[in-house]
Design a protein. Structure first.
Length: 229
């Protein structure tokens, strides 16, 4: 990525026209070929930009100023989009190799909640122990299959935000699991960081116990020194 802080003027022409008068801005040329023009306020969005693939040509204009001519064809049949950036004064110009980005990893997603609750099932109900994660059924895997302190089976469905659809999903699992004489009787626990009131009412009507999960408290119980891997 190339970062340039410069006093510049920007003119865009293509499907429409736009003009940014001379001012100090941040210019970015990313490794994917995109060019972005940012100001120091107003919004996180660029004031103007050119999406890849595009071509950047640097030249010196008649007034002796550095000029970037950025071109990109918006459609196969349409005219080229052009971004003309005149740099009157450059305050900073640097290049940085950011490497490969792993992408956004959302904190508290269902998979991580499942991992934490699998390690600490008793936080859902005293005496609960894990039998298996992703317990297979003919209509999909149950997040956690557990046993309670009486040795009875407990199916746990985990969501970030619990709504009616999740209750219906767990209901279908329970109907199927209770047909297996080796597992029956199987009761259900619906666990989520937040459970909607309508979902709680439906779960209660189906005999399903709802548990609101404190994600930060669960993370506090996660001690890496207790792991073999």
């Amino acid at each position: 990525m190339r970062l340039v802080v410069a006093r510049c003027q920007v003119d865009y022409a293509g499907r429409l026209t736009a003009h940014l008068p001379m001012a100090t801005r941040v210019l970015m040329i990313k490794a994917d070929g995109s060019v972005l023009v940012h100001s120091d306020g107003g919004s996180y969005k660029p004031l103007n930009w050119m999406s890849p693939p595009c071509t950047v040509k640097e030249l010196v204009n008649d007034e002796g100023h550095l000029e970037w001519n950025v071109t990109s064809r918006s459609t196969t049949k349409g005219p080229e989009d052009t971004l003309r950036i005149v740099l009157e004064e450059i305050h900073h110009d640097s290049e940085h190799d950011l490497g490969i980005d792993p992408g956004l990893q959302k904190d508290g997603v269902e998979k991580h909640l499942q991992e934490l609750l699998a390690d600490h099932p008793a936080t859902l109900s005293p005496g609960l122990t894990l039998v298996r994660r992703e317990f297979p059924t003919a209509i999909g895997p149950v997040d956690l299959m557990c046993r309670d302190e009486n040795g009875e089976s407990v199916a746990v469905e985990i969501k970030r935000r619990g709504d009616i659809d999740g209750v219906e999903q767990l209901t279908r699992y329970l109907e199927l699991l209770n047909r297996d004489p080796l597992l029956s009787p199987v009761r259900g626990i619906y666990a989520a960081q937040e459970i909607r009131p309508q979902a709680k009412v439906l779960a209660g009507d189906r005999g399903i116990h709802c548990v609101t999960v404190d994600y930060n408290a669960l993370r506090g119980l996660d001690d890496p020194t207790d792991r073999l891997f």
